[in-house]
Design a protein around this ligand. Structure first.
Ligand SMILES: Cc1cc2nc3c(=O)[nH]c(=O)nc-3n(C[C@H](O)[C@H](O)[C@H](O)COP(=O)(O)OP(=O)(O)OC[C@H]3O[C@@H](n4cnc5c(N)ncnc54)[C@H](O)[C@@H]3O)c2cc1C
Length: 454
C-alpha cells in the first residue's frame, strides 16, 4: 500500500489527495492531508472574501474529498518545525506532496511602511476571515475616514469592497464578530484603489471590478483624464487587440468615467498611473496619507515617472502588490521566484529530483490563477508521483504515521474535531442571531475541536 502525506489542505492539497485516491494505476493508495491549522480548505476558508458565497461554497466539494475513507485529515500539524521536520515526515510516508501555498505579501519598499495604520492586504484579509494567526491584529477603523488600497488585482478589489460595504450586508456572512463590529463602527467614507500602471494593465477580473459599482450607498469614480493616459483607451484598434478581460475592464471603467456622481455617503475612486513614493505620517506615528508620483506610459508596456506628485489623505493604507511563498525549513527554495524548485512537480535538490518529495499549487507555480487552476497543477504532480510509485512503495514504513505524530508531541485534529469546530461555529452564529460565524483564535478552535467525538 502506497502511503502519501499531502501537506496543506487548500485547493491544491485537496485536489492532489483526490487524484491520488481516484486513479487506477496504483491501487490501494492511502493519503493523510496534514495542515498546520485545525481547519481545512486553506485560502478558500481564509482568503476568499466572505461576501463571495458562491466561491466559498466550493468548500462543499473539498469537503466531499476529505470525507473519502481513503483520506485522513490531520489538522494542527505543522510540518518543518522541531516536532515534525521534513526528513522525519519522509520517513513516515512513501511520498510527501507539499501544497503549502504562498501567502506572504510583498512590501512596497518605500519610507513610512512602519507607520500605524499601514497594513498588508494579507493581514486585513486574514483578520476579517478569522485566521487564527491574525487574532491579535488591530484595525482601528472607527478613526478612519479615508483609506488607500495600493494594487490592481482581485485581492485589492476584495479589500476595497469590504471596506466600502456596509456592515449590514456583511452580517449574513461568516465574518468573525469582532471584525464585523469594527467594520460596523467604521467611519470609512472614501476608498482610493491606486495602480502604478494603466487601466488596461489591471490584473483584476471584470466580474470583480464590475461588482464595485453595485454596492449600495457607494459611488464609484474613475477620472476620464486619467484613463485617457492609457494609449489604448482612445484607440479602438489597439483596444481590440487586448485580451478580452482587459477590453471588458476598459469598458466598465469607461462607463463609470462617463456617469454622473450619485451623491452617496461613501465612494470608491479608481486611480491609475500613480507610483507610491512615501507614506506620510503625523507626529503620533499614525499614517495621514500617501504621496504618489504621477507616471506615464513609457511606450514599452511599462511606466516612467513624470516628476509630478500627488498626496492622497488616508488614515488606513493597505498594500496589495502580490503574494510570495515562504521557505519551509528543510525544503529547497528559490527566493527569486518564491517557489520550490521542481520538475513537473518533483522537488529538485541541487538540480536533481529528490526521491519521494513533490510540490503542487501556489508553492509550485507561484501565486497565480484561480482555484480551479490548482486542479491540473495537482494532477501533473500526482502523475509524476505515480510514475515513481513502483520504487517508492518498496520502502518499509515504521507503522501508522499517526502514532509517530502523537509520539512527537503533536495533537492532530481529526475530521470529527473539525466537524466539532463547524458545529461550534454554527452555535456561535445562533447565539449572535447570525448564520454560522467563524471562531477567530487558536484557543477557541482547539477547544471546539477537543469537544468533538474522539
Ligand atoms: C485574499 C485571496 C482571495 C482569493 N480569492 C479567490 C477567489 O475569489 N476565487 C478564486 O478562484 N481564487 C481566489 N484566490 C486564489 C486561491 O485562493 C488560490 O488559488 C488557492 O488557495 C491556492 O491553493 P494552495 O492549495 O496552493 O494554497 P492555500 O490555499 O494557501 O493552502 C495552503 C495550506 O497549507 C497550509 N500550510 C502552510 N504551511 C504549512 C506547514 N508548514 N505545515 C502544514 N500546513 C501548512 C496552510 O495552512 C493552508 O491551509 C484568492 C487568493 C487570495 C490570497
Amino acid at each position: 500500500m502506497l502511503r502519501v502525506a499531502v501537506v496543506g489542505s487548500g485547493p491544491s492539497g485537496v485536489y492532489a489527495a483526490q487524484t491520488l485516491v481516484q486513479q487506477r494505476e496504483v491501487p490501494g493508495v492511502r493519503v493523510d492531508v496534514l495542515d498546520r491549522l485545525p481547519a481545512p480548505y486553506g485560502l478558500v476558508r481564509y482568503g476568499v472574501a466572505p461576501d463571495h458565497e458562491k466561491i466559498k461554497s466550493l468548500q462543499g466539494s473539498l469537503r466531499t474529498v476529505l470525507e473519502d475513507e481513503r483520506i485522513r485529515f490531520l489538522g494542527n500539524v505543522e510540518v518543518g518545525g522541531e516536532a515534525l521536520p521534513t526528513d522525519r515526515l519522509l520517513e513516515l510516508y512513501h511520498a510527501v506532496v507539499y501544497c503549502v501555498g504562498a501567502a506572504r505579501d510583498r512590501m512596497l519598499g518605500i519610507p513610512g511602511e512602519e507607520l500605524t495604520g499601514v497594513h498588508s492586504a494579507t493581514a486585513f484579509v486574514s483578520w476579517y476571515s478569522g485566521h487564527p494567526d491574525a487574532a491579535a491584529e488591530a484595525f482601528d477603523l472607527p478613526g478612519v475616514d479615508a483609506a488607500v488600497v495600493v494594487g490592481a488585482g482581485n485581492v485589492a478589489v476584495d479589500v476595497t469592497r469590504i471596506l466600502a460595504r456596509g456592515a449590514a450586508e456583511l452580517a449574513p456572512t461568516d465574518m468573525p464578530q469582532p471584525a464585523l463590529g469594527a467594520l460596523a463602527e467604521s467611519g470609512v467614507r472614501a476608498v482610493s484603489m491606486v495602480a502604478r500602471r494603466g487601466p488596461s494593465q489591471g490584473r483584476f477580473t471584470t466580474k470583480e471590478l464590475r461588482e464595485l459599482g453595485t454596492l449600495p450607498e457607494v459611488d464609484i469614480r474613475a477620472d476620464p483624464a486619467e484613463l485617457a493616459l492609457d494609449p489604448v483607451y482612445a484607440d479602438p484598434v489597439a483596444a481590440a487587440a487586448l485580451p478580452a478581460v482587459a477590453r471588458r475592464n476598459l469598458e466598465v471603467l469607461r462607463g463609470w468615467a462617463q456617469a454622473d456622481p450619485g451623491g452617496q455617503p461613501r465612494h470608491i475612486a479608481l486611480r491609475f498611473y500613480l507610483r507610491p513614493v512615501e507614506i506620510l505620517g503625523g507626529p503620533d506615528g499614525r499614517v495621514t496619507g500617501m504621496r504618489f508620483e504621477r507616471t506615464a506610459p513609457d511606450g514599452r508596456g511599462g511606466v516612467t515617472g513624470t516628476g509630478g506628485y500627488e498626496d492622497i489623505a488616508a488614515q488606513l493604507v493597505l498594500r496589495s502588490v502580490g503574494y510570495q511563498g515562504v521557505p519551509l525549513a528543510g525544503l529547497p527554495f528559490d527566493p527569486a521566484k518564491g517557489t520550490v524548485p521542481h520538475a513537473a512537480g518533483r522537488v529538485l535538490r541541487a538540480g536533481r529530483a529528490s526521491v519521494g518529495e513533490y510540490v503542487a499549487g501556489w508553492i509550485k507555480r507561484g501565486p497565480t490563477g484561480v482555484i480551479g487552476t490548482n486542479r491540473p497543477c495537482a494532477k501533473e504532480t500526482v502523475s509524476a508521483l505515480l510514475q515513481d510509485a513502483g520504487t517508492l512503495v518498496r520502502r518499509d514504513l515504521p507503522g501508522d504515521p499517526l502514532d509517530s505524530l502523537r509520539a512527537a508531541g503533536l495533537r492532530p485534529v481529526r475530521w470529527p474535531g473539525w466537524l466539532a469546530i463547524e458545529a461550534a461555529e454554527a452555535d456561535l452564529g445562533r447565539s449572535l442571531g447570525r448564520r454560522s460565524v467563524k471562531i477567530p483564535d487558536w484557543p477557541g478552535l482547539l477547544d471546539a475541536a477537543g469537544s468533538g467525538p474522539a
